[in-house]
Design a protein around this ligand. Sequence first.
Ligand code: PHE
Length: 453
Amino acid sequence: MAGPRTSIHGEWSSKLAFVLAATGSAVGLGNIWKFPYVTGQNGGGAFVLIYVACVLIIGVPTMMAEVMLGRRGRQSPINTMRTLAAEEGRSPRWGWLGWMGVVAGFLILSFYSVIAGWALAYVFRTAAGLFDGATAEFTEQVFSNLITDPEKLIAWHTIFLIMTMIVVARGVAAGLETAVRFLMPGLFVLLLLLVGYAMAEGEFLQGVRFLFEPDFSKVTPQVILMAMGQAFFSLSLGMGAIMIYGSYLPHDASIARTSFAVAGSDTLVALIAGLAIFPIVFEFGLEPNAGPGLIFQTLPIAFGQMPGGAFFGTLFFVLLVFAAWTSAISLAEPAVAWLVENRGHTRVYAAVVCGSVTWLLGLGTVFSFNIWSDYRLFGKTFFDLLDYLTSNIMLPVGGFLIAIFAGWVMRERSVKEELQMDDSLGYRLWRFLVRYITPVGVALVFLNVIEVI
Ligand code: PHE
């Protein structure tokens, strides 16, 4: 290679900017909306334990691999994979890995935007004081009024998608960097405040026990698959979002350290969200397995009862919207970057194209909660199916192939050069995990689930 490449799309201004942007991508609805409800549906403690294990032994190594590939290729994931494969004397068909990521990105963004739309809607409902003194029945009613009305859902979905595409169109570095710098710490502080409330007013111990006391009788192959899928989803792995962010990473930044920082904050935010939510769930006799509506039905009760609740509640949903926003941007970025590189489109045009496709796909999710709610395929609604297909299948398959590429296909010399790691213990551990544990782990989970089906 003739010296390090540079990206035509620009570069983060510093290592910290990358960490913030990648954390912005990782921390989103997956942590605050999805993690609590899938934990609730999968029995609590044992699921959490398996989830954390997946983050450590599959997530972190895969993240390092993705960042490494991105920084070496310096292009959209499709072109990065193609270029690197050629450089290593391998088939250009590795570019298909990038394509699968682009498709996964569209599918995820299509439902992500609808759910982020709920959060947007809740900003206004909370700000208007709707939840003052609210009971569990009332918050359930408010939630059901929202999701059974396709018109409202489409309106919020549209607004959120436009917000996302505006930032994407302007380029990631400028807008995003400044935004995440303030928003991520803000979200963190607010979550801690909510934990404080849950501690004082909720069934805190019951919540802690639910989250951290594993009951292994609840573990099935499905539960393990869900935990692994959640790890990929929450860390934004397996579809190229982290790869493209890595392609904007300055050359001197340590990939290992930045990956740990991102994975660590992501996991912390998910656990804190769980600690804020479950005590309230138990205090008000709600069901932990209420599904996607869980946080929208529980947190407003807390906001309705606490002093200054309308204010903190509004702030919370605003920050949730921001967290979702910074993730949504990263879901669209691989496709947009590819359109710019290969089709010569401007970012604005590329964003409009991607936004339109996503908007249309999103209607499927909108209707899953109302006019299509009775239609089932494999026992799932359109939304459930999309969510299952992307998190539990496409992302792990993507992660599997990324690990194979980084661990087996690339020459070790290239890998070491890009990671800038010598033969340290850390490097050897990473190499072992990425060559054996990640691929074998993902494969085993798949095989077990297939057997059960
Ligand atoms: N990690 C994001 C979240 O937890 C979702 C996401 C998945 C973003 C895949 C990008 C890629 O909300």
